[in-house]
Design a protein around this ligand. Structure first.
Ligand SMILES: [Zn+2]
Length: 379
């Protein structure tokens, strides 16, 4: 599309972006395919490919199987031309991941570091991040930025945590990170980061409900292909929906919140043992008491899903730390329980389970800089 009034420089940029975007989406393509599908002249495409290759954005390696004539060279983007880092900060540790331009995980690490709002903490965190980068020999100029997912509600301008009762991180500021790390930094609410990852993995969903089954429960709502933030940034805070005013105490100061039934911590407390051990025993022995605890957990989750689905009629994605422990039989049971007392029938393909476990928020956060890099190309 040649836009009226577009300068030559803009048109060149526009074409270059179009070619790069096309290659990105195709993953593997050839020069002639680009010419044909973008309806651009051969010389324009050749020139753009040469420039993109010189700048290190694309590579040409190998050949497609011949279909008769000369074999066509395979063109791909350079997947690690830019790397985005994501951190997932929890009370006792933080997760760190690196993703490439396709959002594929290149490395993950868990670092034990109890959260304290102090200089020592942030300095130690920054040192660990630098070591992570150094150990993997990522060139600093390739790192597009570091996006940090933490528990707590982030201010609308993204500079600070404004509610952080779980970790006591209400004082956490973006500058605590950006002043210590020589990269662009960005701060996010971890359940929203998780939702970003699930959305990235399921781009076909216009809307969805995300349950982040982490040590603390989190929730997020996707509408119009976007995570719904809300006027005060607290849309999707399912964890504090009260399901029994006389129920157990929640860290928020109220009682009977969903957090006290459906967080991994609640399951751990009911089981009286670490989550790993609980599932190991449950899956090998089917001990009736453990099975009852697990079913009780699933019953509460089904209750929440059934009710929230009346607010947002959409697929539901189970995500986060507990997600990898869900087996087919558990999903079946959950679906049965959802449908048992529901006005509307939920189909099997509307209930999904994420597959990045504890790293979900960190990976979701990392997508921020990757999308930043790609956005001038994609839009
Ligand atoms: Zn609560």
């Amino acid at each position: 599309m040649k836009e009226k009034g577009m300068t030559t420089i803009n048109l060149k940029k526009f074409n270059r972006n179009k070619v790069y975007q096309y290659i990105y989406q195709q993953k593997e393509t050839s020069k002639l395919q680009i010419v044909r599908d973008l309806q651009m002249g051969l010389s324009t495409v050749s020139q753009n490919l040469n420039e993109l290759e010189q700048d290190g954005l694309i590579c040409r390696n190998g050949y497609f199987e011949s279909t008769g004539g000369r074999k066509a060279q395979i063109i791909r983007i350079v997947e690690d031309f830019r790397i985005s880092l994501g951190l997932g900060i929890l009370k006792d540790m933080f997760h760190i991941v690196a993703v490439n331009l396709y959002g594929e995980v290149m490395a993950t690490e868990t670092i034990e570091l109890p959260y304290v709002n102090s200089d020592t903490y942030y300095t130690s965190l920054a040192e660990n991040v630098e070591t992570f980068i150094l150990n993997r020999q990522y060139e600093p100029e390739k790192i597009e930025g570091i996006s940090i997912a933490t528990q707590g509600i982030i201010s609308p301008d993204g500079t600070a945590v404004i509610y952080g009762d779980i970790m006591g991180n209400t004082q956490m500021k973006l500058s605590d990170f950006s002043s210590r790390l020589p990269y662009s930094c960005h701060l996010e609410h971890d359940s929203k980061s998780a939702a970003d990852l699930e959305l990235w993995n399921h781009p076909q969903f216009d809307s969805a409900l995300i349950f982040l089954l982490n040590p603390n429960l989190g929730g997020a709502i996707i509408t119009n292909h976007k995570v719904h933030q809300g006027k005060h940034m607290h849309s999707g805070l399912f964890e504090h929906i009260c399901i029994d005013p006389n129920g157990p105490d929640c860290y928020c100061g109220h009682r009977g919140c969903l957090e006290t039934y459906c967080s991994a911590n609640a399951l751990k407390a009911a089981a009286g043992m670490p989550i790993k051990d609980f599932f190991k025993i449950l899956h090998t022995t089917q001990t009736p008491t453990l099975l009852r605890i697990w079913r009780d957990y699933l019953d509460h989750l089904a209750f929440a899903i059934r009710n929230l689905n009346l607010v947002i009629d959409s697929p539901v994605i189970i995500s986060g730390y507990l997600a990898p422990y869900f087996r087919n039989a558990d999903m079946q049971y959950l679906l049965e329980k959802i449908n048992e007392q529901s006005l509307f029938h939920m189909e099997e393909d509307q209930l999904l389970v994420g597959n990045h476990g504890q790293y979900t928020p960190a990976i979701g956060a990392a997508l921020y800089y990757l999308k930043e890099f790609l956005s001038p190309v994609i839009s």
